[in-house]
Design a protein around this ligand. Structure first.
Ligand SMILES: [Zn+2]
Length: 288
Protein backbone atom coordinates (compact mmCIF):
# COMPACT_ATOMS: atom_id res chain seq x y z
CA UNK A 1 0.00 0.00 0.00
CA UNK A 2 1.28 3.46 -0.96
CA UNK A 3 1.07 6.33 1.52
CA UNK A 4 1.11 10.12 1.44
CA UNK A 5 2.14 12.28 4.43
CA UNK A 6 -0.10 11.26 7.38
CA UNK A 7 0.09 14.79 8.84
CA UNK A 8 -0.36 17.22 5.91
CA UNK A 9 -1.38 14.86 3.04
CA UNK A 10 1.43 16.10 0.78
CA UNK A 11 2.79 13.54 -1.70
CA UNK A 12 6.19 15.27 -2.00
CA UNK A 13 8.93 13.70 0.06
CA UNK A 14 12.69 13.13 0.26
CA UNK A 15 14.23 9.72 0.90
CA UNK A 16 16.01 9.41 4.26
CA UNK A 17 16.94 5.75 3.96
CA UNK A 18 16.04 2.51 2.30
CA UNK A 19 16.12 -0.53 4.59
CA UNK A 20 15.07 -4.06 5.51
CA UNK A 21 13.64 -5.33 8.81
CA UNK A 22 16.52 -5.80 11.26
CA UNK A 23 14.83 -7.31 14.29
CA UNK A 24 12.81 -10.29 13.17
CA UNK A 25 14.54 -10.64 9.82
CA UNK A 26 11.55 -10.45 7.53
CA UNK A 27 14.02 -9.64 4.79
CA UNK A 28 11.87 -10.54 1.80
CA UNK A 29 10.84 -6.89 1.42
CA UNK A 30 12.57 -3.49 1.47
CA UNK A 31 11.17 -0.17 2.64
CA UNK A 32 11.58 3.57 2.00
CA UNK A 33 11.63 5.90 4.96
CA UNK A 34 11.07 9.51 3.85
CA UNK A 35 10.67 13.03 5.15
CA UNK A 36 7.70 15.14 3.95
CA UNK A 37 8.87 18.17 1.94
CA UNK A 38 6.02 20.30 3.27
CA UNK A 39 5.77 19.53 7.02
CA UNK A 40 8.91 17.49 7.81
CA UNK A 41 6.99 14.42 9.01
CA UNK A 42 9.03 11.21 8.69
CA UNK A 43 7.12 8.14 7.52
CA UNK A 44 7.19 4.92 5.51
CA UNK A 45 5.85 5.32 1.97
CA UNK A 46 4.81 1.70 1.44
CA UNK A 47 3.33 -0.45 4.16
CA UNK A 48 1.96 -3.95 4.54
CA UNK A 49 -1.78 -4.51 4.38
CA UNK A 50 -3.47 -4.75 7.76
CA UNK A 51 -3.74 -8.56 7.66
CA UNK A 52 -0.13 -9.08 6.53
CA UNK A 53 1.06 -6.71 9.25
CA UNK A 54 -1.06 -8.39 11.87
CA UNK A 55 0.25 -11.85 11.07
CA UNK A 56 3.73 -10.58 11.89
CA UNK A 57 2.73 -8.69 15.06
CA UNK A 58 1.16 -11.80 16.58
CA UNK A 59 4.53 -13.57 16.41
CA UNK A 60 6.29 -10.95 18.48
CA UNK A 61 4.28 -10.97 21.74
CA UNK A 62 6.21 -12.01 24.88
CA UNK A 63 4.15 -13.25 27.86
CA UNK A 64 4.89 -11.35 31.09
CA UNK A 65 5.55 -12.87 34.52
CA UNK A 66 1.93 -12.98 35.74
CA UNK A 67 2.72 -13.83 39.40
CA UNK A 68 5.13 -10.95 39.69
CA UNK A 69 2.54 -8.56 38.23
CA UNK A 70 -0.26 -9.81 40.51
CA UNK A 71 1.84 -8.88 43.55
CA UNK A 72 1.87 -5.24 42.46
CA UNK A 73 -1.94 -4.97 42.54
CA UNK A 74 -3.33 -3.61 45.82
CA UNK A 75 -6.27 -5.46 47.33
CA UNK A 76 -9.58 -3.90 48.47
CA UNK A 77 -8.99 -0.45 46.97
CA UNK A 78 -12.16 1.72 47.18
CA UNK A 79 -13.52 2.34 43.67
CA UNK A 80 -13.82 5.90 42.38
CA UNK A 81 -15.96 7.04 39.44
CA UNK A 82 -13.05 7.66 37.06
CA UNK A 83 -12.50 5.72 33.85
CA UNK A 84 -9.28 5.20 31.93
CA UNK A 85 -8.79 3.61 28.51
CA UNK A 86 -5.44 2.20 27.42
CA UNK A 87 -5.24 1.82 23.63
CA UNK A 88 -2.76 -0.89 22.69
CA UNK A 89 -2.64 -1.97 26.34
CA UNK A 90 -0.42 -5.00 25.62
CA UNK A 91 -0.27 -7.15 28.80
CA UNK A 92 -1.85 -4.34 30.83
CA UNK A 93 1.00 -3.53 33.23
CA UNK A 94 0.81 0.18 32.52
CA UNK A 95 -2.77 0.24 33.87
CA UNK A 96 -1.83 -1.03 37.34
CA UNK A 97 -1.19 2.43 38.88
CA UNK A 98 -4.81 3.33 37.99
CA UNK A 99 -6.17 0.03 39.33
CA UNK A 100 -4.42 0.83 42.60
CA UNK A 101 -6.08 4.26 42.69
CA UNK A 102 -9.55 2.69 42.30
CA UNK A 103 -10.18 3.77 38.68
CA UNK A 104 -12.39 1.76 36.33
CA UNK A 105 -9.93 0.35 33.88
CA UNK A 106 -10.48 -0.37 30.17
CA UNK A 107 -7.91 -1.75 27.75
CA UNK A 108 -7.99 -2.67 24.09
CA UNK A 109 -5.34 -4.45 22.07
CA UNK A 110 -5.31 -6.35 18.81
CA UNK A 111 -3.32 -9.17 20.32
CA UNK A 112 -5.59 -11.84 21.80
CA UNK A 113 -2.73 -13.38 23.81
CA UNK A 114 -2.10 -10.01 25.47
CA UNK A 115 -5.79 -9.56 26.31
CA UNK A 116 -5.95 -13.10 27.76
CA UNK A 117 -3.00 -12.21 30.02
CA UNK A 118 -4.69 -8.96 31.13
CA UNK A 119 -7.84 -10.84 32.12
CA UNK A 120 -5.85 -13.27 34.26
CA UNK A 121 -4.66 -10.73 36.79
CA UNK A 122 -7.27 -7.99 36.32
CA UNK A 123 -10.52 -10.00 36.01
CA UNK A 124 -12.71 -7.06 37.10
CA UNK A 125 -11.35 -4.72 34.44
CA UNK A 126 -12.71 -4.40 30.91
CA UNK A 127 -10.46 -5.78 28.18
CA UNK A 128 -11.28 -6.24 24.54
CA UNK A 129 -9.50 -7.45 21.42
CA UNK A 130 -9.98 -4.50 19.04
CA UNK A 131 -8.50 -1.42 17.42
CA UNK A 132 -9.78 1.98 18.50
CA UNK A 133 -11.23 2.45 15.02
CA UNK A 134 -13.44 -0.66 15.34
CA UNK A 135 -14.72 -0.32 18.91
CA UNK A 136 -17.70 1.73 20.09
CA UNK A 137 -17.68 3.77 23.30
CA UNK A 138 -20.11 6.58 24.21
CA UNK A 139 -18.90 10.16 23.68
CA UNK A 140 -17.11 11.75 26.68
CA UNK A 141 -16.83 8.37 28.44
CA UNK A 142 -13.21 8.45 29.65
CA UNK A 143 -11.42 10.70 32.12
CA UNK A 144 -8.06 9.65 30.73
CA UNK A 145 -6.78 7.93 27.60
CA UNK A 146 -3.25 6.58 27.42
CA UNK A 147 -1.60 5.09 24.38
CA UNK A 148 2.05 4.11 24.64
CA UNK A 149 4.11 3.18 21.59
CA UNK A 150 1.06 2.80 19.37
CA UNK A 151 0.77 5.95 17.26
CA UNK A 152 3.99 5.16 15.35
CA UNK A 153 2.25 1.99 14.05
CA UNK A 154 -1.07 3.55 13.04
CA UNK A 155 -2.00 3.98 9.37
CA UNK A 156 -4.02 7.19 9.93
CA UNK A 157 -2.91 8.90 13.18
CA UNK A 158 -5.28 11.82 12.66
CA UNK A 159 -8.47 9.74 12.63
CA UNK A 160 -7.09 7.67 15.54
CA UNK A 161 -6.74 10.89 17.58
CA UNK A 162 -10.13 12.23 16.48
CA UNK A 163 -11.74 9.07 17.85
CA UNK A 164 -9.84 9.55 21.11
CA UNK A 165 -11.07 13.13 21.31
CA UNK A 166 -14.68 12.08 20.87
CA UNK A 167 -14.68 9.51 23.69
CA UNK A 168 -12.57 11.58 26.10
CA UNK A 169 -14.34 13.66 28.73
CA UNK A 170 -14.24 17.47 28.45
CA UNK A 171 -11.09 19.01 30.06
CA UNK A 172 -9.44 15.61 30.59
CA UNK A 173 -6.18 14.30 29.14
CA UNK A 174 -4.71 12.01 26.59
CA UNK A 175 -1.17 10.80 27.32
CA UNK A 176 1.00 9.55 24.45
CA UNK A 177 4.46 8.00 24.30
CA UNK A 178 6.16 7.42 20.95
CA UNK A 179 9.69 7.13 19.56
CA UNK A 180 11.17 10.55 18.81
CA UNK A 181 12.02 11.06 15.13
CA UNK A 182 14.39 13.91 15.89
CA UNK A 183 16.40 12.21 18.66
CA UNK A 184 20.19 12.12 18.75
CA UNK A 185 19.90 8.33 18.55
CA UNK A 186 18.11 8.62 15.20
CA UNK A 187 20.72 11.11 13.93
CA UNK A 188 23.67 8.95 15.03
CA UNK A 189 22.41 5.50 14.02
CA UNK A 190 20.00 6.37 11.15
CA UNK A 191 18.51 3.19 9.73
CA UNK A 192 20.22 1.15 12.46
CA UNK A 193 18.55 3.10 15.27
CA UNK A 194 16.06 1.26 17.48
CA UNK A 195 13.44 3.77 16.31
CA UNK A 196 13.77 2.60 12.74
CA UNK A 197 11.85 -0.65 12.85
CA UNK A 198 10.57 -1.25 9.33
CA UNK A 199 7.88 -2.11 8.38
CA UNK A 200 6.28 -1.66 11.84
CA UNK A 201 7.19 1.92 12.74
CA UNK A 202 5.42 3.74 9.95
CA UNK A 203 5.20 7.23 11.54
CA UNK A 204 8.10 9.01 13.22
CA UNK A 205 6.93 12.20 14.90
CA UNK A 206 8.96 15.11 16.23
CA UNK A 207 7.71 17.94 18.44
CA UNK A 208 6.33 19.98 15.53
CA UNK A 209 4.49 17.16 13.75
CA UNK A 210 2.91 15.63 16.87
CA UNK A 211 1.62 19.06 17.93
CA UNK A 212 0.31 19.57 14.39
CA UNK A 213 -1.62 16.29 14.24
CA UNK A 214 -3.03 16.72 17.78
CA UNK A 215 -4.19 20.22 16.86
CA UNK A 216 -5.88 18.84 13.72
CA UNK A 217 -7.76 16.46 16.04
CA UNK A 218 -8.88 19.49 18.14
CA UNK A 219 -6.70 18.85 21.21
CA UNK A 220 -5.26 21.83 23.06
CA UNK A 221 -2.85 22.67 25.93
CA UNK A 222 -0.39 20.26 24.32
CA UNK A 223 2.72 19.62 26.42
CA UNK A 224 5.63 17.72 24.89
CA UNK A 225 8.99 16.69 26.30
CA UNK A 226 11.55 13.98 25.52
CA UNK A 227 12.64 11.09 27.77
CA UNK A 228 15.95 9.22 27.91
CA UNK A 229 15.78 5.46 27.21
CA UNK A 230 19.32 4.03 27.53
CA UNK A 231 18.52 0.46 26.44
CA UNK A 232 17.46 1.72 23.02
CA UNK A 233 21.10 2.72 22.39
CA UNK A 234 22.20 -0.84 23.12
CA UNK A 235 19.51 -2.08 20.74
CA UNK A 236 20.74 0.35 18.03
CA UNK A 237 24.26 -0.98 18.49
CA UNK A 238 23.00 -4.53 18.09
CA UNK A 239 21.02 -3.58 14.99
CA UNK A 240 24.13 -1.97 13.55
CA UNK A 241 26.07 -5.19 14.17
CA UNK A 242 23.16 -7.14 12.60
CA UNK A 243 23.26 -9.67 15.45
CA UNK A 244 19.81 -9.56 16.85
CA UNK A 245 16.50 -11.31 17.06
CA UNK A 246 14.52 -8.97 19.23
CA UNK A 247 12.01 -11.18 21.04
CA UNK A 248 14.70 -13.57 22.25
CA UNK A 249 17.08 -10.74 23.01
CA UNK A 250 14.70 -8.63 25.14
CA UNK A 251 14.03 -11.59 27.44
CA UNK A 252 17.73 -12.38 27.98
CA UNK A 253 18.72 -8.74 28.08
CA UNK A 254 16.80 -7.96 31.26
CA UNK A 255 18.89 -10.44 33.21
CA UNK A 256 22.28 -9.15 32.06
CA UNK A 257 24.33 -7.16 34.60
CA UNK A 258 26.61 -5.91 31.83
CA UNK A 259 23.67 -4.34 30.02
CA UNK A 260 22.44 -2.73 33.24
CA UNK A 261 25.89 -1.27 33.84
CA UNK A 262 26.02 0.26 30.35
CA UNK A 263 22.57 1.77 30.84
CA UNK A 264 23.55 3.30 34.20
CA UNK A 265 26.65 4.83 32.57
CA UNK A 266 24.69 6.21 29.61
CA UNK A 267 21.86 7.61 31.70
CA UNK A 268 23.31 10.99 32.84
CA UNK A 269 24.40 11.85 29.31
CA UNK A 270 21.04 10.87 27.81
CA UNK A 271 19.18 12.69 30.58
CA UNK A 272 20.95 15.96 29.68
CA UNK A 273 20.21 15.32 25.98
CA UNK A 274 16.53 14.79 26.74
CA UNK A 275 16.40 18.21 28.42
CA UNK A 276 17.63 19.84 25.20
CA UNK A 277 15.15 17.94 23.01
CA UNK A 278 17.23 15.02 21.79
CA UNK A 279 15.78 12.27 24.01
CA UNK A 280 14.75 8.92 22.56
CA UNK A 281 11.06 9.10 23.42
CA UNK A 282 8.43 11.81 22.93
CA UNK A 283 6.08 12.11 25.89
CA UNK A 284 2.95 14.12 25.17
CA UNK A 285 -0.01 15.24 27.26
CA UNK A 286 -2.93 17.09 25.66
CA UNK A 287 -6.38 18.19 26.79
CA UNK A 288 -9.82 17.95 25.27
ZN1 LIG B 1 3.60 16.50 5.54
Amino acid sequence: MMRICPVCSSDKSTLIFHDVNRREWYTELEWDFVSCNDCGMKYLTHILSFSEMWEKYEDIYVHPDILNISEKIHKNVPQISKKILDIGCNHGVQLIPYVNLGWNVYGIDLNKHAIEDCKKYLPEANFLVSTIEDVWFPDNMFDKIQTFHVLEHVYDPKSFLEKCYKILNENWEIEIRIPHGDSLEMKVWGKYSSQSWVPFHINMFDKKTIVEVLTQAWFHEIMVHTNPIPWWWILSFRQWKNTINISRWVTNFKQGYFHILIQVMLYPFLWILSKVWYGEELHVIAKK
